[in-house]
Structure formats: C-alpha cells, structure tokens
Design a protein around this ligand. Structure first.
Ligand SMILES: [Zn+2]
Ligand SMILES: [Zn+2]
Length: 327
C-alpha cells in the first residue's frame, strides 16, 4: 500500500510505500476510494492538538470497500462499502462510555491522528466504528459527510431547534449543514470573512436567508449560532448575534484564544458550549437522514499524491465546499 505520511510536525506529507497490514481480530481493512480533507488535518500538521503519534497517516473522512476482515468481526462483508470517521476506537468502560458519551471517552483513538487514517490506498479500522454506506451516492460526495457532515450534525443538534440559525465560517461543514437546516424549515444566516462576497454568494445559492461578513450585524436576533471557523474572536461576535436565552456552539476541535468580553454579552441566559468528536449514534442518525435531504456536496477532487496541495488550498480558502483525495 501507499500513503501520504506525516513524519514530523509542520513538514509536508511524504508519499511512502508501506507493507500491507492485516486486520487484527476486531478490525477490517479497506481499499480507500476517497478521503476528505478536514481542517482538523491542518491542526494535526501544525501541532495544535495534544498527543499526536508519529509517523501518522492523516485523514478521517474515509470511504472505501472492505477487502479483509478480522476473525472476530460480525456483520460486514468483503466488498461492502463503508465510511470510517474521526472516532476510531473507544474503550467502552470509562465513565463517559458508560454514560453514553463515548465522544468523550478517556481512551479514545482518533482516525488520522492517534491511529492511521485514509490519506492512503488502504486503511485498517476498528470494525465497530465503520458505518455501512450502501450503494447510493458516489464515493467522493460521501466522504465529506463523514466529518464535516457528522460533527456538523452533532453541532446542529446541540444548537437546539430554534428557527433562526447563524453559521460562522462557511466551509465544508457549514455548506452541508445549511442544507440540512433549510430542509428542517430553519432560516440560515451565513457569516463569512469580511468582504468575502464570493462565499456569501455561495451560501445564498444553497438557500441561506442572509449572508454577510462577520463584521456585520445579522438583520435580526438569532436563536442559535454555530462557529465552524477556528477563530476565538468570533465567540463574542456570535454571543452578540443571539437573542436572550440563545445558544452559541463552538464546533471546531481547535480555536485561537477567545478575547475577553463584557459579561453583558453572556447575560440573559445566553449559553456558550463546545462540541467534541462524535458518537456512533450521531453517525447512524445523520447517515440515515442525509439521503432523504438530498444534500449536494460541493467537492474539489485531488489525486492522493497531491494531498499537500489540497491542504495548502484549504488553508488559503482557495475552494468552496470540501476537498477530497482519491488514490
Ligand atoms: Zn471510554
Ligand atoms: Zn474532521
């Protein structure tokens, strides 16, 4: 097998030939058909997340077909199409697992961060964390659903069921979530970088009720807001955009520092929460719903060996929607 491997922090990924691995009893091997590129991959490269394991193969939005099955795996067949998300393993016994919050597991492993991921021709996964994807939809369009879609979904659930929803940062996750929220009968208010009229037009084309820069005030108070951009300065901005009792959800795994702000921004029972990782239930719920919604995922495709280019383009905001690697 071949992979784009991160050997040290802040270095380009290197195209590397590796020995084919055999799955352990509870694992499967997947021939990778597509792997999405997520902002979290940039945080891994940049050393912004604690505890990476090197060398590591990034990538946690994997779509592929099962080609080898561990002896203890049940319910998956060779040739079956599956998706492998960020949550790669949990211990099942820690207090968080026992309270149905496996996203917070004390001993979780994360695909493409603390276990090898999908920037590769093949990947090994814990079979219990693989989602059967069926045959509807193409591999490239499905890949971004595995993180941008799933963690976006968890954030949307956390935001509550208010009708007026703000989305700060309109990249891979928000462009999927905007469609889900509209399908649910909500109005989406999309906030982009100041002056980014191109992305604002993209948001409006996906049905947003309003789009503007994060330096602009929403035309009316919002019920909730989700912050996808890794920018701590957006926290007080979003708090000011929501009504009394409104909720602000930080959806990213990493954010720059939050500047201090007057208590009045939080006053009147506004809430500020974060969303971490995902549970398998989030995945099952969302992947069940996604085909009914008819989400159109805007993708830019790169050959696997161009992963460094895809990451650079993500960092610079050079594409709309999501980048996807194909071997
Ligand atoms: Zn646990
Ligand atoms: Zn991700």
């Amino acid at each position: 097998m071949h992979a784009m491997v991160l050997k040290r922090l802040k270095t380009p990924l290197a195209w590397t030939e590796l020995e084919d691995r055999r799955p352990a009893p509870n694992e499967i091997r997947i021939q990778v058909a597509a792997c999405g590129v997520c902002r979290t991959d940039l945080h891994v490269l940049d050393g912004e997340l604690p505890g990476p394991v090197f060398p590591i193969i990034p990538g946690h939005e994997i779509v592929g077909r099962v080609d080898a099955i561990g002896t203890a795996v049940k319910g998956l067949e060779p040739g079956e199409r599956v998706g492998i998300p960020w949550l790669g393993h949990t211990d099942g016994v820690c207090p968080y697992c026992l309270m149905d919050r496996e996203n917070l597991c004390d001993r979780a492993l994360f695909t493409g961060f603390t276990r090898d991921g999908g920037y590769a021709t093949a990947a090994i996964a814990d079979a219990r964390f693989a989602f059967p994807l069926g045959e509807a939809g193409n591999d490239v369009s499905l890949a971004p659903l595995l993180c941008a879609g799933l963690i976006g979904w968890r954030s949307l659930v956390s935001a509550g069921d208010g009708k007026k929803l703000g989305l700060f940062g309109f990249g891979a996750a928000a462009h999927i979530l905007a469609q889900v929220a509209k399908w649910q009968g909500r109005s989406v208010y999309a906030f982009t970088k100041p002056g980014d009229t191109h992305t604002q037009a993209f948001a409006l084309s996906l049905g947003a009720a309003w789009a503007g820069g994060s330096d602009e005030r929403a035309p009316e108070p919002l019920d909730a807001a989700i912050i996808f951009a890794p920018v701590g300065a957006l926290v007080p901005v979003a708090l000011r955009a929501v009504r009394k009792g409104g909720r602000v959800v930080c959806a990213g795994i990493h954010m720059s520092d939050i500047p201090s702000f007057p208590y009045s921004f939080l006053w009147e029972e506004r809430e500020l929460v974060s969303v971490a990782n995902l549970t398998r239930k989030d995945g099952i719920d969302f992947l069940h719903l996604a085909p009914q919604i008819g989400i159109v995922v805007k993708t830019t495709r790169y050959p696997l060996q161009k992963a460094n280019q895809a990451l650079a383009d993500l960092r610079a905001g050079r594409f709309e929607g999501a980048a996807v690697l194909t071997p």
